[in-house]
Each structure stands twice: as structure tokens, then as C-alpha cells.
Design a protein around this ligand. Structure first.
Ligand SMILES: Cc1cc2nc3c(=O)[nH]c(=O)nc-3n(C[C@H](O)[C@H](O)[C@H](O)COP(=O)(O)O)c2cc1C
Length: 144
């Protein structure tokens, strides 16, 4: 059993192409060491990141992320997963505009508004998020 975690956060400093690339490269390298996989997307000051991996490593990363003052958390959801979804994405950066092109921005917006709101129970939120992750994997994920 592994664990998955998705959150949205608001950036506290401007991020451009260069700083996002740096962040992605750094994250990929670190995540590989800690057997974490997932993706990151960013639009208009909002990050949405999904990470998955063994509980202890995942919990450590979440702690680091929460201490990082380049952003503040808005929503989060933590859940168990039988398997990884993105086995070889140590930290894939997904351009939000690419998601718009394939119609996935709605999925992300659903995720964004689903987590921690009062309309859905936690189980319903987890189900929606998992459906979104499966769709992203179906279209974008190419295993090695
Ligand atoms: C939006 C965002 C996403 C991040 N994603 C990761 C990540 O996937 N993996 C990671 O190791 N650090 C990530 N970081 C950096 C961590 O918050 C933190 O700076 C880092 O883990 C500190 O450890 P280090 O100095 O040993 O790299 C991210 C930071 C931000 C702002």
C-alpha cells in the first residue's frame, strides 16, 4: 500500500518559466531518491501538485512543502492507494495550457473545488480525485 496526496497552494512569489523549471528539476532529483512520483501544474499563482509514495517518505515531503514559504496551502487531501499511478514521473511539470487543450482544466478545477469543501464527503472527494488521476494517466502517461 502506498499513499497519495494532492493539494493546491497559492504562490507567495512570482514564478516564471525559469523558476518553475528549476523547481521541477530539483523536485525530480529529490523525489527519485525518496521514491516519490507525481506531477505539478501551475496557473495564475496557484499550484496543484499530486505526489504518491511510501508513507514515511511522503509524510516527510509534505512537511517540507508546508514549511516552504514560497507558497501557502489552500486545500489538501491525503489517501491510501493500492498502486502508484505515475511510476516514472518523479515530478512531471504539466503546463496548464496543455491541460486546457485536452479539456482537463475542468478536471483540475473540479479537483480544486472538491477537496475540503462541504458539498462532498471525504470518500466522494477521494473518488473524484482518483477518477481525475486515472484520466490524466490515460491520456498523458507513457510508462517506460
Ligand atoms: C510548489 C512546490 C512544489 C514542490 N515540490 C517538491 C517535490 O515534489 N519534491 C521535493 O523534494 N521538493 C519539492 N519542493 C521543495 C520543498 O518545498 C522543499 O524546499 C524541499 O523539499 C527542501 O528540501 P531540500 O532543501 O533538501 O531540497 C516544492 C516546492 C514548491 C513551492
Amino acid at each position: 500500500m502506498i499513499h497519495g496526496y494532492i493539494y493546491s497552494s497559492e504562490s507567495k512569489e512570482p514564478f516564471d518559466h525559469e523558476s518553475l523549471t528549476k523547481l521541477q528539476e530539483h523536485s525530480s532529483r529529490k523525489n527519485k531518491e525518496h521514491r516519490i512520483t507525481g506531477y505539478l501544474t501551475f496557473k495564475q499563482g496557484i499550484f496543484i501538485q499530486y505526489i504518491e509514495g511510501p508513507k514515511s517518505q511522503l509524510d516527510q515531503l509534505i512537511q517540507n512543502l508546508k514549511r516552504d514559504d514560497r507558497h501557502t496551502f489552500i486545500n489538501e487531501l491525503y489517501f491510501e492507494k493500492p498502486d502508484r499511478i505515475f511510476e516514472n514521473w518523479n515530478m512531471r511539470y504539466i503546463d496548464f495550457d496543455d491541460l486546457i487543450e485536452i479539456g482537463f482544466h475542468e478536471l483540475l478545477e473540479t479537483a480544486f473545488f472538491t477537496i475540503n469543501n462541504s458539498f462532498f464527503t471525504k470518500d466522494e472527494s477521494i473518488e473524484k480525485i482518483n477518477r481525475m488521476l486515472e484520466k490524466i494517466a490515460e491520456v498523458m502517461y507513457k510508462p517506460n
